[in-house]
Write a protein that binds this ligand. Structure first.
Ligand code: ADP
Ligand code: MG
Length: 229
């Protein structure tokens, strides 16, 4: 059980009658417990790849299968439900709510999911501990560093125990050392929690720990010749 994209093509409208091909017959299989990094220049299609994998955008053609469920032709409501239970998304900017503490940022996710407040609190504290933030659980975003905010963002994405973890340029606002720590953390969490993780970055510097690195150029994905996955 994992994440599979097969022969996925995505186009956007581009002026009168024209279409821009953002993803061109992309095939990608990400097993659980592994990180696939995706690198490529700005505009090459990395965020589009994540949006399709997250079922936020339906492709023009091809299939996206999440944890054994083919999402082709699913209603919007069913896709939302699938995301809620199976997919964790870490966007580039943490988008934390200014008035909530770190623990509450996570607990909100469980309210959406209908979990009891006490269980949600326990899980939030467990996850904050897992990302090294146990001692700042009561702080609000303005009392946290950029690296800490990004770690809250990652913990929040794991709140509902997703199968698939999709991460878009998590280090872009961080210095080298903090960026490397975030990538190491994501790799460790992936192995511990058995998520099928896709990590988009334009920075190759941190990628020694990931399981494999794919390259995207003009919407075409190239996987390494020799892969352990
Ligand atoms: P990356 O994340 O690698 O920078 P994107 O996936 O954001 O690349 O974009 C891929 C291509 O699709 C770019 O040419 C971009 O301008 C275009 N694009 C992205 N989103 C849209 C959109 N909503 N409408 C039209 N074109 C888009
Ligand atoms: Mg992008």
């Amino acid at each position: 059980m994992s994440l599979n994209l097969t022969d996925v093509t995505l186009t956007y409208p581009d002026g009168d009658d024209a279409r821009l091909t953002a993803l061109d017959r992309v095939t990608l299989d990400v097993p659980r417990g592994s990180v696939t990094a995706v690198v490529g220049p700005s505009g090459s299609g990395k965020s589009s790849l994540l949006a399709v994998a997250a079922t936020l955008i339906a492709p023009d053609s091809g299939t996206v299968t999440v944890d054994g469920t083919d999402t082709t032709g699913m209603s919007r409501g069913d896709r939302t439900e699938l995301r809620r239970h199976r997919i964790g998304i870490v966007f580039q900017q943490p988008n934390l709510l200014p008035s909530l503490t770190a623990a509450e940022q996570l607990q909100v996710m469980a309210h959406i999911d209908g979990r009891s407040p006490a269980r949600a609190r326990t899980r939030a504290l467990e996850l904050l501990d897992a990302v090294g933030l146990a001692d700042v659980a009561r702080r609000r975003p303005h009392q946290l560093s950029g690296g800490q905010r990004q770690r809250v963002n990652i913990a929040r994405a794991l709140m509902n125990d997703p199968t698939v973890l999709l991460v878009d340029e998590p280090t872009s606002a961080l210095d080298h050392e903090r960026g490397a720590a975030v990538i190491d953390l994501l790799t460790r969490l992936t192995h511990q929690r058995s998520t099928a993780t896709v990590l988009v970055t334009h920075d190759r510097a941190h990628l020694t720990a990931v399981d494999r690195t794919a390259e995207v150029h003009d919407g075409r994905l190239r996987l390494p010749d020799v892969s352990r996955c």
